[in-house]
Write a protein that binds this ligand. Structure first.
Ligand SMILES: *[C@@H]1O[C@H](CO)[C@@H](O)[C@H](O)[C@H]1NC(C)=O
Ligand SMILES: *[C@@H]1O[C@H](CO)[C@@H](O)[C@H](O)[C@H]1NC(C)=O
Length: 188
């Protein structure tokens, strides 16, 4: 083995591993966010939680979901338009939940608003507005595979090395390709 070969191979291996992990992480993990974390969905003064601050800690993507944990005898979850969110006087909720453990899927990008419909609760800050971004998997995942092809050999003595590298690279590209294909199947 020539001195440079091991290092180049190691680079390719780590690139492929890194790319595969990146592809998997980016496209297969729909995240479920627990609103308010341990505090759950409650009055901010009671749970020591601020839902604006809570939301600002995360980047939501289409495909993720929210889990609202709350006492169903004390709270509920209304999905509302921005106007109702701002006024805290929900006149026309899009959806009402009162099961105490509400999972809301977020299939679409855009602003999504939630309030508690129990009188006074929204005014006290039991309201959540989040921006949902496009699904991550729809963004370009990794650089073009061409970028991992090693430089052409400069001397005949390296020709053999290059041949082996090429076959390794092509295998690596196939592995990466199938990971991404699986990813695309998962996404669609
Ligand atoms: C936001 O993240 C910071 C840093 O990780 C953490 O200290 C804080 O408690 C989080 N706030 C909320 C509301 O989740
Ligand atoms: C939460 O924090 C935001 C921004 O810091 C603030 O405007 C809002 O009044 C807070 N809400 C509550 C219920 O304390």
């Amino acid at each position: 083995m020539e001195p440079g070969q091991g290092r180049d191979s190691a680079h390719i291996v780590s690139f492929v591993l890194y790319s595969s992990v990146l592809a998997l992480v980016k496209c297969s993990l729909a995240v479920q966010y627990v609103v308010g974390n341990e505090a759950g969905w409650t009055l901010p003064s009671f749970g020591h939680v601020n839902y604006t601050t809570w939301a600002s800690n995360y980047t939501f993507h289409a495909g993720d979901s929210l889990l609202f944990n709350y006492r169903s005898d004390l709270h509920n979850v209304l999905v509302v338009e921005a106007a109702d969110y701002n006024s805290c006087a929900p006149s026309n909720p899009i959806q009402t939940y009162s099961d105490g453990k509400t999972v809301i899927e977020l299939p679409n990008p855009g602003q999504h608003n939630y309030v508690c419909g129990i009188p006074g609760h929204c005014d006290q800050g039991q309201k959540l507005s989040i921006m949902v971004n496009a699904a991550e998997g729809k963004e370009p995942l990794v650089p073009a595979p061409a970028s991992i092809v090693p430089n052409p050999p400069r001397t005949p003595s390296k020709a053999e090395t290059y041949k082996r590298m090429s076959s390794f690279t092509s295998t690596a590209t196939k592995i990466l390709g199938s990971v991404m294909a699986g990813c695309i199947i998962f996404m669609t």
